[in-house]
Design a protein around this ligand. Structure first.
Ligand code: SF4
Length: 342
């Protein structure tokens, strides 16, 4: 699916918790990653294996996959076998269950322009099954109150609720590399109650770009995560320990730091990665930092000014002149004048 929805199911954990992030993310490009590509490859293989297992026509994508390996092959086979079991189960109570693979699911009745793609949907009398494959192994994903799954379920109900008599929704995350199969069973009425209350209200805020910014584990998947002020303020709260605390931290304070330290480390890494990306694209935040720290007499210029940031092409002429005017170290001045040809 080429087009991404502003309020997609896959990003719903973020925009439901931090509604203004939806419009903010629009300003930043999706830079992609090897993990994302690996996940896309795994989904293609899963789709193929499942179609094969169900006796449907499908083209083998293997030779076009960048990350194909034995583990991916086994994961896809396990996924297909798992879905096949669910289909066999459904046949016990319904003679003609419908199996949809990589199905576009439209939930725009509740979320403006909202849609997503369900890996597998099984519709039978009484029960609707939604199965989502996760190839990542970094974080174990739970199906319990998982908004992505609930949005897929709403989209599937839009298609089939009038045709099949559905009263229960079963949502499954299949994450083989974590040996995780997480299942959440929900009454259709509870799902619709959530949709009409919490979901529609927050989706409206998100679509309008209003509501409150809020930090949490969802920030990891936000395109603005490196430059978001709210996230910076949230993480920099830790800096208060630099000047407010006595010489030795108490256990409770260490516990409070430990609570946030993973998020703090992740944020610092995001900011660093962003700065490096900016440098590679010609906007050197690090160079700006060095301009601010122009060495003065008596300081070690060799230590403060790493060579890459002295490159003429990285610093525009007005900045070069400004640096030279401010510079009080004759050694630095001589070096810069010759290397910048000013
Ligand atoms: S980084 Fe976090 S707080 Fe900031 S916009 Fe993104 S989700 Fe919201």
């Amino acid at each position: 699916m080429g087009k991404h929805a502003l309020l997609s199911a896959s990003s719903s954990h973020r925009w439901l918790n931090c509604p203004p992030s939806a419009r903010l993310c629009e300003k930043y490009e999706d830079t992609g990653s090897e993990y994302a590509q690996e996940g896309t490859d795994a989904h293609s293989l899963c789709e193929y294996k499942l179609k094969q297992a169900l006796g449907m026509d499908a083209a083998d994508p293997t030779e076009n996959l960048s990350f194909y390996n034995e583990e991916m092959e086994q994961c896809a086979l396990d996924y297909a076998a798992y879905v096949l079991e669910l289909v066999e189960d459904a046949k016990k109570t319904c003679k003609d269950p419908v199996v949809l693979i990589e199905q576009r699911l439209d939930f725009s009745r509740f979320v403006k322009d909202g849609f997503g793609t369900g890996d597998c949907v099984i519709i039978a009398d009484g029960t609707l099954d939604i199965v989502d494959y996760k190839h990542g192994k970094g974080v174990e994903v739970s199906a319990i109150e998982n908004p992505q799954m609930m949005l897929y379920a709403l989209g599937a109900l839009e298609l089939f609720d009038g045709i099949y008599d559905i009263d229960t929704v079963r949502m499954t995350i299949f994450q083989p590399r974590r040996e995780n199969v997480s299942v959440c069973v929900m009454a259709k009425d509870d799902l619709l109650q959530w949709a009409h209350n919490d979901l529609t209200y927050k989706a409206k805020l998100a679509y309008e770009g209003s509501g409150e910014f809020a930090c949490g584990d969802w920030c990891r998947f936000c395109k603005a995560k490196a430059v978001c002020r709210k996230r910076a303020e949230y993480n920099l709260e830790l800096a208060k320990y630099d000047f407010e605390m006595p010489d030795i931290l108490e256990d409770a304070e260490i516990a409070a730091i430990l609570d946030k330290v993973d998020e703090l480390t992740a944020w610092a890494a995001d900011v660093k990665e962003y700065a490096l990306r900016q440098a590679l694209s010609g906007t050197s935040i690090l160079a700006i930092k060095w301009w601010r720290d122009v060495p003065t007499a008596g300081t070690s210029a060799r230590r403060q000014w790493p060579t890459p940031f002295l490159r003429q092409d990285m610093i525009p002429m007005p900045k070069r002149c400004w640096v030279l005017r401010r510079c009080r170290s004759s050694w630095v001045k001589r070096s810069l004048t010759s290397c910048w040809a000013v």
